[in-house]
Design a protein around this ligand. Structure first.
Ligand code: UD1
Length: 420
């Protein structure tokens, strides 16, 4: 199994190019099931989760051509089945994104239930309720969601009692080919939802309310081939900016979308970083003592849960007390025990982590990655820890960060991937 060995204590400087967004690529890949003909995509990140979604589509009979630059052509016109198998779904919950497109296009879908997850129970009830609202019959049987809508789906009003990113995306994709109008209330406003909407609109979908809590979709008969460039990954960008805030140094991240990162950038500024924005680049300089920052996660545009773990790492080395509150997921503090093993002074009380930060408090230790963003927080801790940090189970990192050691080493880090 691959491990990362990180020699701490190097400041980071230079240029990086952000990769395409994982959370945008996944629903957009699933949307290829909706159209007649080819969907051509660029800026697809080379990540395990993306490969899994490609495999899910391939296992149904989609025809996929991928070049070495990860430009992708996908054609689902000759699909042989509408089944997302457990072997694939169990490794990636977001496979449930094929449910809406399959159901609306083919009138049937079988998608394995994702099962447990390291960051809480993460149910799919909201996805199922949406499909029922749109007129589908949905049962769960033998570990599978089995849904059908023999006469097609019908537009409806869908109110999300909890804001769900992939739930909103599934509802939108189901509604674009449903008969009549669908109104989605309390929709997720994440930029990745907007990126999916842009792609669907360029296929000919009729969608209004992009970026707001109310999305109105008028069903159309069919969607046409198109090409789309996936937006940059704001969480990857924010993770590297946080790394530089922790190590000190100066970095420019190109191919990024500053306006999608306002909440994180304002916290990095509060922590002492100097930030300058260009249209599609972010420049961060850190040459002061880090200040601790209080965080509370919430749906976009507020502070993303996907950056919570990285900010706990940052706070462990910022002199003073801080609190980090997780409001989106239960049990998303698995990294805390590992950071404590590296010398972090952190205590947990319900959904709040209280951090007693001290400059230079972290030292190396063998640690274990438990989920994607938790792993990123351990990499950041390793970059500033005294000595050599060994991180095990880094397949979690490869699900969401493209060539993480290559990108950080290009900035001056010393990270080695070993297979042991
Ligand atoms: C997406 C992101 C993930 C991010 C999360 C929150 C993708 C592929 N993943 O995950 O990186 O951390 O948004 O920003 O885009 N919930 C239910 N029932 C459901 C669905 C969700 O109760 O059917 C709850 C979840 O347990 C959680 C909350 O809703 O407490 C929000 O989760 P959701 O937005 O659905 O997360 P994902 O879309 O899975």
């Amino acid at each position: 199994m691959d491990k990362l060995i990180i020699e701490g204590g190097h400041s980071l400087s230079g240029y990086l190019k952000a990769s395409g967004a994982k959370n945008s690529a996944l629903p957009i890949l699933a949307s290829s099931l909706l159209l007649e003909g080819k969907l051509t995509l660029s800026n697809i990140p080379h990540l395990k989760d993306v490969t899994t979604m490609i495999e899910v589509l391939g296992s149904m009979g989609a025809h996929i051509i991928l070049d070495e630059d990860m430009n992708l052509e996908i054609d689902t016109s000759n699909l042989q089945n509408q089944i997302a198998r457990y072997e694939l779904v169990k490794t990636m919950r977001a496979s449930v994104l094929v449910l809406g497109p399959l159901l609306t296009k083919f009138g049937k879908a079988e998608v394995a239930l994702p099962g447990g997850c390291a960051i809480g129970s993460r149910p799919v009830n909201l996805h199922l309720e949406c499909m029922k609202k749109l007129g589908a019959e949905v049962i769960t049987e033998g570990g599978y969601i089995k849904a059908k809508a023999e006469k097609g789906l019908k537009g409806a009003e869908i109110l999300f009692e909890t804001i769900s990113v992939t739930g909103t995306e599934n509802a939108i994709m189901a509604a674009v080919l449903a008969e009549g109008e669908t109104l989605i209330k309390n929709a997720a406003r994440e930029p990745e939802v907007s990126d999916l909407i842009d792609c669907l609109v360029s296929m000919g979908a009729d969608i209004n309310g992009k970026g707001t809590k109310e999305i109105i979709i008028k069903g159309v008969k069919e969607l046409k081939p198109t090409s789309h460039q996936v937006m940059p990954d704001r969480i990857e960008t924010a993770t590297y900016l946080t790394a530089v805030a922790m190590t000190g140094g100066e970095v420019t991240i190109k191919n990024s979308m500053p306006k999608t990162l306002e909440s994180v950038l304002s916290k990095l500024t509060e922590a002492g970083a100097e930030i300058k924005l260009e249209k599609d680049a972010i420049h961060l300089k850190m040459d002061k003592d880090l200040k601790p920052v209080d965080i509370s996660t919430a749906p976009y545009p507020l502070f993303p849960t996907d950056m919570q773990a990285q900010f706990i790492s940052l706070n462990t080395i910022a002199n003073g007390k801080s609190s980090v509150v997780e409001t989106i997921f239960e049990n998303r503090f698995m990294h805390v025990q590992e950071l404590i093993r590296m010398g972090g002074e952190i205590s947990l009380s319900g959904n709040t982590a209280i951090i007693n930060g001290k400059t230079n408090s972290l030292h190396s230790a063998p640690v274990m990655a438990t989920d994607l963003r938790a792993s990123a927080s351990l990499v950041l801790a390793g970059l500033v820890a005294k000595g050599e940090t060994k991180i095990d189970r880094i397949y979690h990192i490869d699900r969401g960060y493209e060539r993480i050691e290559e990108k950080l080493n290009a900035l001056g880090a010393n990270i080695e991937r070993v297979n042991a």
